[in-house]
Design a protein around this ligand. Sequence first.
Ligand code: NAP
Length: 469
Amino acid sequence: MNYTDGYTRTCGLIGNPVKHTMSPLIHNSLASMTGINMVYVPFEVKEKELKNAIKGAVALDIQGMNVTIPYKTDVIPFLEDVDPLAKAIGAVNTLVRTENGGFKGYNTDMTGLYHAMQDEGIELKDQTVVILGAGGVARPTAFLCANKGAKKVYILNRTFEKAVDVADEVNLALELNDSDEKVVPMLLGDYRKVLESEDSFIAIQCTSVGLFPDVNSAVIEDEEFYKKVSSAMDLVYRPLQTKFLKLAKEAGARTFSGLKMLLYQGIDAYELWNEDKGIKITKDQADEIYRSMMLEVVGASNIVLEGFMGSGKSTVSELLSEELMLELIDTDEVIEDTEGRTINEIFETEGEASFREMETDLLEAIDSDHWREFVISLGGGMPVKEENRELLRKIGKVVYLRAKPETIFERVKDDDKRPLLKTEDPLAKIKDLLEERAAFYEDVADMIIDTDGKTPLEITKEIIDKLGL
Ligand code: NAP
């Protein structure tokens, strides 16, 4: 929680709607990471109130604002100054307070997209780029590509006139004359003309097609198109894996969601607001916020792995935490560390019921202390108690690693640290216990992964894929 007092710097977002914005997550996390006494608040502003909102923001000494749909262009007349690049683009998304008591507008959508591309290793110089769409975000995208040395930029749009407008504006602003034909407008349905004249290109998806809940659509569905895509970036980030990205991936392209652009447009804005304090966000800080944003998009505070002993939870949770750069918690290990005894010893001295109580206490602590952004590997019996299942639903997305009894037996038969298997016929015991527990695992699971015959890496990749990360 951000600390506030009489010195707190206030920044915010104006737009309509703003209810689902991720900007407070970005900026309030940056403030707490960099030790800046700042809070960031979204403001839903009605169209007729836009001018008053800007005047009011000055009066309230608000230091910086983001501007989102539908005001990125409409806000310009109310600004004291506009950065030349933003002026050329004709849209601003970041306002910074000036000394004269007004705001100066910038376009960090463009710089943010550039930083995201740099971070992902996408090189624009001498490349052909196909931009799908000619709306608000296609405009800075086209400017960026032309400005950073792309050989040719095609703008394909359903409404041809809009593609022409954007192409003309970019060509004019960058003083490219007609003979250069650097930015070329085209009707979306004519995309095959691009395929005829280009061997390979970067495709940047700037339409709203594929945006949640319309997740099964892509603006072009023809496989032939994707065969020529080297890198594909979808500026839509809900869901992270859009149909456009899936088609591009299947055709062998490198794929990137728009979430990093969102992150970096925020970082660039934050650095502008705090220029007086010399704030520069490090790669590690950016990565940390990116992880929070990814989990926010998939609606998970934590990723929780459940399953019977030998289902692969320990290995898979380690791989998952490495792959997603999230910290790992193994509930059995936490209990052993807290108690200073092994689980075997707890079972022998206090019995299973007492151990189960300890598990519930731990889940309650995770829930009430709001532990977030962990991969949590659960003890095998944890979901049996209804109380635990209720807590599990609150603390994250639960992934059930399912395995057949024979597979489990093969995996654990030589492990003498398993108290429940200290029996004459461990396979029969596994079958009994599994039958008893399977319904509980399934009841609480957000997703079930069958692990028989799969390597831990394959299982990890399947989880990441199914989570849409
Ligand atoms: P916009 O100004 O409303 O433009 C929408 C674009 O999508 C237009 O080119 C429109 O074509 C096209 N389109 C809409 N429905 C279509 C359909 N059924 N078939 C073909 N084309 C269609 O929106 P925007 O501000 O450019 O934003 C577009 C998307 O980018 C948003 O949905 C948002 O998710 C994403 N975005 C991401 C970031 C980020 O930071 N990652 C930032 C801004 C936006 P017409 O011109 O023919 O109508």
